[in-house]
Ligand binder design. Sequence first.
Ligand code: NDP
Length: 320
Amino acid sequence: MQYNRLGRSGLKVSELSLGSWVTFGTQVDAGLAAESMAVAFEAGVNFFDNAEAYAGGESEKIMGEAFRRLEWDRESFIVSSKFFWGIKPGVNNKNTLNRKYLISAVDASLDRFGLDYLDLIFCHRADPETPIEETVFTMHEIVASHKALYWGTSEWSADEIRAAYEIAERHHLHKPVMEQPQYNMFWRDKVENEYKRLYEDYGLGLTVWSPLASGLLSGKYVDGIPDGSRASLPGYEWLRASLTDPEKNKKVKELQKVAESLDASLSQLAIAWCTKNPNVSTVITGASSSLQVVENMKAADVATRLDSAHMEQIDQILSS
Ligand code: NDP
């Protein structure tokens, strides 16, 4: 496992990490979570991603319980949460990045985890109704109070990130260090085009999500929706059209051949491909079982065999 600096910060994150969206609280209880996290940790993963909104707060409780069961030194792992959607009713509790919400949301998250501090906190989406200045000052204060160590954004536009950075710079505040965008073979624009200047100008780090496009890039949807898969879960019907898209699944079949030539599974190839982008600090993987974690962690090894000829072949398939 390789360790990369999180953008221009001094923090080193493993090139592969493990997140809990959909899985923890829905498919995975605390015992299975601890099992998956242990497999990832043994493979070298040091970053575990979470969010307030995942399973309405249950995901943070489950991960907190798993940390206690695993008895790891707090210094040995990095854990995140994200804030925006809120899990309590009320006009100042939902869809906001205002000061009132953020301050109490971080405290509530720490309570659910049973931790004294979070390593990374993200503004889970941009909030057009709160001045960016109010959010930047609040995130700075949370970091200054040591309830979190670094802050960043998720799915913000390049302009919004630039505005946040400039406000922090002007007022000598803790700056946003990282962004968390979607990035995979089928979803490249933000990372490869929109954010291009931010890497050099601000040293923006990326913790990218959905390397398998929710499982599409494992190849499991080429013949329809398998039982027990994400697309079969109640509440995730909105993913079905994209996961069973015939054009995409045609490309998936072609990509399978590249994976075979590397003696890798398609999931391993798709995850390894994300690590090849030098602006990606860590690729957050997801897994509904520890067996998937075992398979996916081998992507770090596959990445070492993935050369420019394979990358070109992949680009040709994707653009055909
Ligand atoms: P992926 O795109 O990698 O999808 C993971 C899912 O694919 C698994 O839960 C599993 O679903 C299936 N899968 C994984 N490995 C395999 C395998 N080897 N073989 C077959 N199927 C496999 O990642 P996620 O969409 O889960 O995102 C990863 C993390 O990113 C999240 O946990 C979260 O932490 C973060 N995230 C952040 C977002 C943000 O807005 N900031 C948004 C979304 C995610 P199944 O077995 O059920 O089919």
